[in-house]
Design a protein around this ligand. Structure first.
Ligand SMILES: NC(=O)c1ccc[n+]([C@@H]2O[C@H](COP(=O)([O-])OP(=O)(O)OC[C@H]3O[C@@H](n4cnc5c(N)ncnc54)[C@H](OP(=O)(O)O)[C@@H]3O)[C@@H](O)[C@H]2O)c1
Length: 405
């Protein structure tokens, strides 16, 4: 007697009994049989779950889980060993090769993004890696071995399930491509949609040598603007020069307010502002007539309980009115998917052709060396929050593969 699995999308499946001797007979002999639920793609079918190098997927993996809301990443997050997740029908299972560190990782662990989100929940916003498993609908566009990047939750894990419709196909798993998903897209869209850049204008970028700052510098240069960038070391100043920044200012060795006042007496036309607090106040004071200050972030406050440093909000209306200037907020998720697709396509092309420098900091210059493995994400966050990073901070994940029994 042969048994054929015909459909698996409900808890009941059709089973044909017998050898199918004639259609009428077969139809009459069908009956519902209750069997345990199986996914369309099942981990037991190993051929569907072989990665492109032919190594099998382990049954368990490491990931970081937010177990307590806190702006202190080490307090908020714990390392857990959990089963490798199974993709749903429209999903991909991605083996993360690199994950990106963002200043807002600690806003997320502090519960500032979604007040309804209660621990435990997964951490990490972006990853790049290979597809190692996928659901049936997802297989219409993807296959095992494809290289993809994504901006989505749960990236701080060796494997992440991602909806296929949200991923970005990439030429390879180079970490440079990962820099575009959040950092590059933020600079591209914010300057394009809110900057109103015109040739010859002056643009100030704060935290200019960091993840998103490096892109703001380059896009402002591409728009033929004069670019000023702040940073905290001579090494970062040197890097900024190499990407076209006309006037890097190391605020540790030069007086930022004094330099801006003396060298830019007319003020700045556009300010891409990421630091907040007293730097935001200074930026407001430096706006030119009809100047545009884009609020990208306020990292100086993220490690505080409120997430904010005080600013001189009381005098803001008068300062803006006196110069017909404006302050504009930007938050990347509000520009998905409309502007995002164009930004990614354009920046991926520029990155692949070498027209855009996508600097990554993988911790090679730190005393403990490269950021490798989920455990090193803690170290990578500290590296960023002590202002030591040059470029986008990324962590390499070497997924563990169980040895054959
Ligand atoms: N709005 C959005 O949708 C969006 C998207 C992505 C990023 N962002 C924002 O962009 C900013 C940069 O984020 P990122 O992920 O690209 O980080 P990053 O620039 O790679 O790293 C942060 C940098 O900020 C500078 N910094 C200045 N004051 C600091 C302080 N008190 N504590 C720590 N760092 C300080 C440091 O550079 P120096 O030491 O050289 O000053 C540090 O290297 C953040 O405000 C973030 O929230 C916003």
């Amino acid at each position: 007697m042969s048994t054929t699995l015909l459909a698996t999308s409900s808890r009941k499946v059709f089973i044909t009994l017998g050898g199918g001797r004639g259609v009428t007979n077969a139809v009459f002999r069908w009956r519902f049989v209750s069997v345990p639920r199986r996914s369309i793609i099942d981990l037991s079918y190993s051929t569907h779950f072989m990665d492109f190098k032919g190594s099998s997927i382990p049954s368990s993996m490491k990931k970081l889980v937010v177990t307590k809301l806190s702006q202190n990443f080490r307090e908020a997050v714990s390392l857990q060993i959990v089963p490798v997740p199974t993709p749903g029908d429209g999903d991909l299972l991605v083996r993360n090769r690199f994950v990106g560190i963002n200043a807002s990782d600690i806003n997320y662990t502090a519960g500032r993004y979604d007040a309804s989100l209660k621990p435990p929940f997964d951490a990490g916003f972006e990853g790049i890696g290979e597809v190692v498993g996928l659901g049936l609908s997802a297989s219409a566009r993807f296959t095992v071995g494809d290289t993809v990047a994504y901006f989505g939750g749960g990236a701080f894990a060796e494997y992440t399930v991602v909806p296929a419709k949200t991923v970005v196909p990439v030429p390879s798993v180079k970490p440079q491509f990962l820099t575009l998903l959040v950092s590059g897209a933020t600079a591209y869209i914010a300057l394009k949609r809110l900057g109103d850049l015109a040739e010859g204008e002056t643009v100030l970028v704060t935290a200019a040598a960091g993840g998103t700052g490096q892109f703001a510098v380059q896009f402002a240069k591409m728009a033929k603007c004069h670019v000023v960038g702040t940073c905290s070391s001579d090494e970062k100043s040197g890097f900024l020069k190499t990407i076209g920044c006309d006037r890097p200012i190391n605020y540790k060795s030069e007086d930022l307010a004094g330099v801006l006042r003396e060298e830019y007496p007319r003020g700045l036309d556009v300010i891409y502002e990421s630091v907040g607090g007293s730097v935001f106040d200074l930026a407001v004071n430096c706006l030119a007539q009809k100047g545009r200050l884009i609020v990208i972030g306020f990292i100086s406050g993220y490690q505080t309980a409120s997430g904010l440093q005080p600013v001189r909000a009381g005098t803001l209306p008068v300062k803006l009115l006196q110069r017909s200037a404006s302050v504009r907020g930007f938050f990347l998720p509000h520009f998905l998917p409309s502007d995002y697709g164009e930004a990614l396509a354009d920046t991926l092309r520029m990155c692949a052709s070498g027209k855009l420098v996508c600097e990554v900091d993988i911790g090679e210059m730190t005393p403990e060396g490269r950021f490798v493995g989920v455990e090193s994400i803690y170290r990578a966050i500290d590296h960023m929050y002590t202002g030591k990073n040059l470029g986008k901070v990324v962590v390499e994940l070497a997924a563990t593969v169980e040895s054959e029994p």
